[in-house]
Design a protein around this ligand. Structure first.
Ligand code: TYM
Length: 332
């Protein structure tokens, strides 16, 4: 059976990009794969400016609650918190001795996040993709459902796994990224040339999954579009309209071409309203379920504890095999 692994950082409120780029696939893949999903709290510590201990703790619970609310089914899938297993950090060290300084320095996300920060960049930020490699390879994941921005990180995981296998013997399965047809790169509503981002988008540019319907409508009404009034998909020429079309396709499941044909000629106003309505409808069951789960934090904590046990049963033997392959002396 196909094994799936993916993770999300508890570094801010989840938004429409997280839902359409990743969560939609997380939920769908549960039907025919063995799925393992993780709140990657160790990754969220890599930017000191965003790392407040009390907030991190709170967001970890909130994000796990969000994953359950969106439809991650703890009976069929494994849901856990990364730091509950020491295996991830330990495996990162093994991979640190396989990964190259040059390939990490070139990672686009590292370049973007470290820009202008000189010597103050943490070693954790530099090592971030190696920890992500450990997350994925510890579970022998075949497929990793993620947004387009994670493509390089998954390629690096493949490279590191392949190099390890070549040097020390076949221990790791090489994963591949899986992106949704629409929504693999949801852009900021105010600047459709940049991705919607927890840390970088302005309040008007980001649609948070728990925003109330009025707020969502307002944000779509003021979304930046383009000068001409035609509605068609062309990311270069019409980034604003294309982004809205992709969001509408992601929210409804309808193909982009069909949606463009339906709304072209009707003006931007009704089109934006249709996108807002579709997103509000798409989010309604999520928001209702979130409120229910939020009322029972004990239940969420118990599910996470059970998830960690099940995750460890897979990760620990893989780590042990990797250690032995590298020549580390087994204890006793
Ligand atoms: P994170 O927490 O930034 O984002 C979680 C998921 O949401 C997707 N995403 C988007 N998709 C479309 N449009 C957007 N604007 C958008 N913004 C975010 C991301 O691609 C991701 O799928 N490094 C990862 C977390 C991670 C991980 C892993 C993922 C750690 N270990 C192992 C997969 C497997 C990250 O920063 O995601």
């Amino acid at each position: 059976m196909t094994r799936v692994f993916s993770g999300m950082q508890p570094s801010g409120d989840p938004h429409l990009g997280n839902l359409l780029g990743a969560w939609v696939n997380w939920v769908a893949m549960q039907d025919d794969a063995e799925c393992i999903y993780c709140v990657v709290d160790l990754h969220a510590m890599t930017s000191p400016a965003e790392h407040d201990p009390a907030t991190l703790r709170q967001r970890t619970v909130e994000l796990a609650t969000g994953m359950l609310a969106v439809g991650v089914d703890p009976e069929r899938s494994i849901l856990f918190v990364q730091s509950h297993l020491s295996e991830h950090a330990e495996c990162t060290w093994l991979f640190n001795c396989v990964a190259g300084f040059g390939e990490l320095r070139k990672q686009p996300q590292f370049k973007e996040k470290s820009e202008g920060r000189g010597e103050s960049v943490s070693v954790g930020l530099f090592d971030y993709p190696v920890l992500q490699t450990a997350d994925i390879l510890l579970y022998a994941a075949d497929e990793v459902p993620v947004g387009e921005d994670q493509r390089h990180h998954i390629e690096l995981a493949r490279d590191i796994g392949q190099r390890f296998n070549h040097r020390f013997g076949e221990v790791f399965t090489l994963p591949k990224a899986v992106h949704p047809e629409a929504g693999s790169r949801v852009m900021d509503l105010q600047d459709p040339t940049r991705k919607m981002s927890k840390s970088q988008s302005s309040e008007k540019g980001i649609v948070r999954l728990l925003d109330d319907p009025k707020k969502i409508e307002k944000k779509f009404r003021s979304a930046v579009t383009d000068s001409a009034t035609d509605i068609r998909h062309d990311r270069d020429d019409k980034p604003g309209v294309s982004n809205l079309l992709e969001i509408l396709a992601g929210a409804t499941g309808d193909p982009i071409d069909k949606l463009a044909a339906t709304y072209d000629g009707g003006g931007y106003g009704p089109f934006k309203q249709a996108v807002a309505d579709a997103v509000v409808e798409r989010l309604r069951p999520f928001q209702d379920r979130y409120r229910e789960l939020e009322a029972d934090p004990g239940e969420v904590a118990a599910l996470l504890e059970r998830g960690a046990e099940r995750a460890r049963a897979i990760a620990a033997p893989t780590l042990e095999r990797a250690k032995q392959a590298m020549g580390l002396l087994p204890p006793g």
